[in-house]
Design a binder for this molecule. Sequence first.
Ligand SMILES: *Cc1c(COP(=O)(O)O)cnc(C)c1O
Length: 393
Amino acid sequence: MAILNQIKIINALKSVLPKEMERISLHEPSFIGNEWNYVKECIDTGWVSSVGKFVDRIEKQLVDYTGVKHAIAVVNGTAALHVSLILVGVEKNDEVLVPSLTFIATANAVSYCGAIPHFVDSDESTLGLAPHKLGAYLKEIAEVRNGSCFNKKTGRRIKAVVPMHTFGHPVDMDPLVEICNQYKIEIVEDAAESLGSYYKGKHTGHLGKISALSFNGNKIVTTGGGGAILTNDDALGKLAKHLTTTAKVPHQWAYSHDQIGFNYRMPNINAALGCAQLESLPGYILNKRKLAENYRKAFANIEGIRFFTEPTFAKSNYWLNVLLLDKKFVGERESLLEATNKSGIMTRPVWTLMHELEIYKSCPKMDDLSSAKNIAECLINIPSSPGLFRSND
Ligand SMILES: *Cc1c(COP(=O)(O)O)cnc(C)c1O
């Protein structure tokens, strides 16, 4: 029986990573630009909270960087998803299609709307939602009536789907868009992990009606905590701003609110940090792509494990790098995680599949979630911080 060569794997990791570091974490932020200047400016001027110029500025930077028409800065990525789902019309008792292989926030945002996540399989070549499989599944379980899609089994409306660009690798969006047009399903992209990733030359977040970014501390750029809503739809962009700022009717002094809105606006001090981070983003991406290339080379000839590379149609940000064990070595993952962490190299398994969590196990799901299961069993995340690549290595 073949045995996984742990020493070879650890040496391959070490050959790529900086030698002088004793412990290497999975992903830590890098503050190499104007972060301190901008944050200090907030404190010096007193503009730390819900008013100040950095919120407008980060929104403009996001529009310029992604090419999406409207960006609305909010308190975190989960809030961005929540409001995006509301804005495409998700209501109580609707179903929303969500990959089972995702971070909990994707499913939770659906629950916050009183809607029900409906779990679908992933594609092993993208790590994201599998469009063709979804198409075949909808053919079996769904019907379109009066311009809406219904689940024939549960009777509930299927209002939206949330493709998530796993670890920065884009979902194959073109076939998904086609299926969703056919079935009258709205697309909300969970682009929390894919700032700086492109699908067929377009930044992620262009192909859904609306999309969500996250600037949590472990993401490619951070605002401490934060997120953003992106949309090319003028009306939705306007509503997103309104709904995330307590639905206050603009007036010089009067407090009037025309809906039950949310206090989801990003504070100015967080935006300040983000403005500086976004200035560094192109450099981070260059470094991360070079780090990924080094990993690819280092793992090219190691038996039993491979480095996951971007899908052919994509240019990915390589937010978190991925190793995949061959199926026959799945049983050795725990011991590999233990050995790598022990040697100072932080590695992690992927999330527990959503349909296996107690809180979501009674939700509707595809019978065949085998690709999500394969990925979940075989995947290991390895150190990916933007500061890890050194051009003089
Ligand atoms: C980080 C993340 C989110 C949520 O972002 P927060 O800013 O932490 O709320 C949502 N979805 C995915 C896939 C994420 O990785």
